[in-house]
Design a binder for this molecule. Structure first.
Ligand SMILES: [Zn+2]
Length: 543
């Protein structure tokens, strides 16, 4: 074992990213250094689930622009009728067989179970016999929908029935980004667009907005609201005072803040401060432990000793191992009564949870199934990250410990999700797509299955991706269910999703803003997504 450090390597401390999982994450930059630092790659605080990339403008050839136009959704005014279909409207009402749904332009104008329903002249008629109609799905935690990956990720979303996404790492200027989208003629999911990631000093990701104090916290809320962000995305490294300043300013200005509960803040404090959603259950497991306070103090002590400028390698290793043990202890010290009292606060304060079970399961870091056909739709850059996985640069014992921890935490997370559901905590379906094992578009179906696996009834899982999403965004009057007056965002399925949640994958057609995309058109979208993903990344060459 060689423990030699190169001069200046202490900067790696600043690149360690702290989230909930207690694993070690070292920046790729460090990982690519020569083997003598092998032992540097040890057990330390936790990995990060976010992987935005640098943004830039992708350039399309004229022929691609022509192809884009083929899928154009603009200028649509056709009437559409889906006849004799079983409607699962996601309001909570029972499934309604033999229904006829009438769409005019981009809205649902009638839903009827009568055979005598008046059908508009010249309407496109879709025979829904034996089929099931659900509201279009929302993936409420994605990356890559507003950056250079947008051209292909949008197609993958729509082809998989995802009519809307919440983008958790938005562009610096949402208004400017939206203005550029006007020239995009491809079918595009509706995007609920976050600010860039707002993190503390030594941010986890390069395009983050760094906030070190209260004044900067207030300023970023002001700036991002003016630039049109739908919400402020908060992240793990925010200092306490900056976080609470963001919360206060966001409340004053009436813009939600959503994201990770920072490491320096408890879940109870975050819900008390008005955080609108908590992602990946950050700080929730800690808040379900009777020993939250002592665990937090111990974590602080261990992290300080890991980061101490004069810490020796053996000291760092010891601290890292202790942190992993501490995280196992978080799982072991789960206490149901403590959990219930935290969840009661979530309910009272209207704090939503996006557990992203797809992400948490991915962190178990099973090898990619290379015969998974969905892999062909990823860009080379994304695929390379997935191939590397989370822990490939760590020595085997460390990797084994982290995988074991991820497994324990995933199991605990499912238990927490079930309990939250039974306690009435509002839940959103989100994947954290673009992270390993979190497929753009396809992934929402994995998440629904994980939610059911955790203990949600299939209809509740479905609502987490439809009605709940609309309610969360304050758009219940426009979206999220199949009702008269709502936007016609729909998915037609061959098989009953309430009988088996995996049947949400049996997509026969998607209706986006009233426009019908039959199976053939969806397959064409997939093919086109593959083509776009294979175009060398324009921004990778330095923008
Ligand atoms: Zn994320």
């Amino acid at each position: 074992m060689r423990l030699r450090f190169r001069p200046g390597l202490n900067r790696m401390d600043s690149r360690l990213v702290v989230v909930r999982w207690g694993a070690v994450y070292l920046d790729r930059q460090l990982s690519s250094l020569p083997g003598e630092i092998e032992m540097a790659r040890i057990l330390v605080p936790r990995i990060t689930p976010e992987r935005p990339v640098r943004r830039g403008h992708s350039r399309f050839s004229l022929s691609l622009i022509f192809l884009l136009a083929l899928f154009s959704v603009r200028g649509w005014s056709q009437s559409l009728v889906i006849k004799d279909v079983t409607v699962i409207d996601a309001t909570g009402r029972a499934a309604a067989p033999h229904s006829t749904v009438v769409i005019d332009g981009d809205h649902i104008i009638a839903i009827s179970r009568s055979k005598k329903t008046h059908l508009p002249r010249n309407a496109v008629i879709v025979d829904g016999t034996g089929k099931f109609l659900i509201p279009g799905l929302w993936d409420m935690h994605v990356h890559g929908a507003s950056d250079i990956r947008a051209p292909w990720s949008h197609l993958l979303f729509v082809a998989n029935g995802v009519v809307g996404v919440r983008d958790m790492s938005g562009p610096p200027d949402a208004n400017a980004w939206r203005a550029r989208q006007v020239s995009n003629l491809d079918p595009t999911p509706t995007i609920y667009l976050g600010s860039p990631i707002v993190d503390g000093p030594n941010p986890a990701w390069p395009d983050s907005i760094v906030v070190a104090d209260e004044a900067q916290g207030r300023e970023v809320v002001d700036q991002q609201q003016q630039r049109g962000a739908d919400f402020i995305k908060v992240y793990s490294g925010l200092p306490r005072n900056a976080y609470f300043a963001i919360a206060d300013e966001a409340k004053k200005r009436d813009i939600p803040f959503e994201g990770h509960v920072p490491d320096a803040v408890t879940a109870a404090e975050a819900t008390g401060a008005g955080q609108r959603s908590i992602e990946h259950l950050t700080q929730v497991a800690e808040g379900c432990s009777k020993e939250e306070k002592t665990i937090a103090a111990e974590r602080q002590r261990l992290e300080a000793s890991f980061r101490a400028p004069d810490a020796t390698m053996p000291q760092k290793i010891a601290a890292g191992q202790s942190i992993i043990r501490l995280n196992f202890h978080v799982v072991d010290s789960f206490d149901e009564a403590t959990a219930q009292s935290l969840f009661a606060q979530f309910v009272k304060n209207g704090t939503w949870q996006t557990p992203t079970l797809t992400l948490l399961q991915g962190q178990i870091d099973d090898p990619l199934n290379t015969s998974d056909p969905r892999l062909q739709y990823l860009s080379k850059e994304v695929r390379a990250k997935w191939d590397a996985g989370y822990y490939s640069h760590f020595p085997p014992p460390a990797r084994a410990a982290m995988v074991q921890l991820a497994r324990a935490e995933f199991d605990e997370s499912k238990k927490i999700v079930a309990l939250m559901y039974r306690s009435g905590v509002p839940i959103l379906a989100g994947t954290d797509t673009m992270n390993p094992h979190c497929f753009p578009g396809f992934g929402i179906h994995d998440e629904l299955a994980f939610l059911v696996d955790a203990g949600l009834p299939p209809i509740a899982a479905l609502q987490a991706a439809t009605r709940n999403a609309a309610e969360f965004m304050g758009q219940r009057d426009r979206r999220g269910t199949i009702e008269v007056g709502k936007t016609a965002d729909l998915v037609l399925l061959d098989k009953d999703p309430l009988a088996n949640i995996h049947n949400t994958r049996s997509i026969q057609a998607v209706v986006l803003n009233g426009k019908l995309f039959p199976r053939g058109a969806l397959d064409a979208m997939l093919t086109k997504a593959q083509t776009l993903a294979s175009i060398p990344n324009a921004a990778a060459s330095g923008k």
